[in-house]
Design a binder for this molecule. Structure first.
Ligand code: MN
Ligand code: MN
Length: 275
């Protein structure tokens, strides 16, 4: 097998939204994001000069068959971890389309069993560091608490945060999380990382004016341009990524699906341009 093919970015739909605290909807996201990526309204060239729609540029593993019910979260998490783990062991670079942000925990678990020195760059309005949220330790408000307490990442750099409360500030301190609040951007220098990098992109890092198709509106966020500039500034080897929290039920004329597809295109372009 050719080296390039082996390291191919691989799309994986993760239609799970049962761990959302406020609104369901993100389970319907993967198909909509793919549709926007492949829409005739645009082409599939990333701004870095890579055609992510070219034959053999990106592989698509389809959507995971998840139950998406509260009773079977454990089974669904195991399925996510197993599938992502299989791809990583084959040398692929999985790019998962959520789903709510709870999916990042089983995904990163799979990466951590392969990469001992993983760094995570996490774009989000929220730190998602709650020890538990409304009685659930696997809520979409908790994945980075689970990841850090199990030491699945060497470093966690959070960008665009604008909802820090006392509890999450303490959690961040306890786990050594490097938080770059929205008010401190740009932060290009903070994204120069050695070794394997995983990107977790919660669409609510963007200002809701640009991305209304999300569940938790938090004004004062990034423009799409600021997000792309930060993605392009990342140094290190991008071994995988996720784009989460797109909620089609809240979208307006598919605007946010188009934004998610744009972010996806730039992440894929970056992965292919700098393997
Ligand atoms: Mn999040
Ligand atoms: Mn968020």
């Amino acid at each position: 097998m050719k080296r390039e093919q082996k390291q191919m970015p691989t799309l994986l739909g993760v239609p799970l939204d049962v761990n959302s605290s406020y609104l369901r909807g993100p389970a319907g996201a993967p198909g909509k994001i793919r549709e926007a990526l492949r829409s005739d309204a645009s082409n599939q060239w990333s701004e870095l000069g890579i055609d992510v729609g070219a034959k053999d540029a990106v592989e698509d593993a389809g959507d995971l068959p998840l139950r998406n019910s509260r009773e079977e979260v454990g089974r669904d998490f195991a399925e996510i971890e197993r599938t992502v783990g299989d791809l990583v062991r084959k040398g692929r670079r999985p790019v998962s389309l959520g789903g709510d942000h709870s999916v990042t925990y089983p995904i990163v678990k799979a990466f951590a069993s392969h990469y001992a020195d993983l760094s995570i760059i996490h774009f989000d309005a929220h730190p998602d560091l709650y020890d538990e949220f409304e009685g659930s330790p696997v809520s979409h408000a908790c994945p980075f608490a689970r990841i850090m307490e199990k030491r699945l990442a060497k470093r966690l750099v959070q960008v665009g945060i604008r909802t820090l409360n006392q509890h999450q500030r303490e959690q961040a301190e306890k786990f050594g999380v490097e938080i770059v609040q929205m008010s401190k951007l740009p932060a290009y220098e903070r994204l120069k990382i050695r070794g394997p990098v995983y990107i977790s992109f919660d669409l609510d890092v963007l200002d809701p004016a640009f991305a209304p198709g999300i569940s938790h509106y938090e004004p004062g966020g990034m423009t799409v341009r600021e997000a792309i500039a930060h993605l392009h500034a990342i140094e290190g080897t991008i071994v995988g990524a996720d784009i989460v929290e797109y909620n089609p039920a809240r979208d307006i004329a598919g605007m946010t699906a188009t934004v998610a597809a744009k972010i996806l295109k730039e992440i894929l372009g970056k992965m292919i341009a700098e393997p």
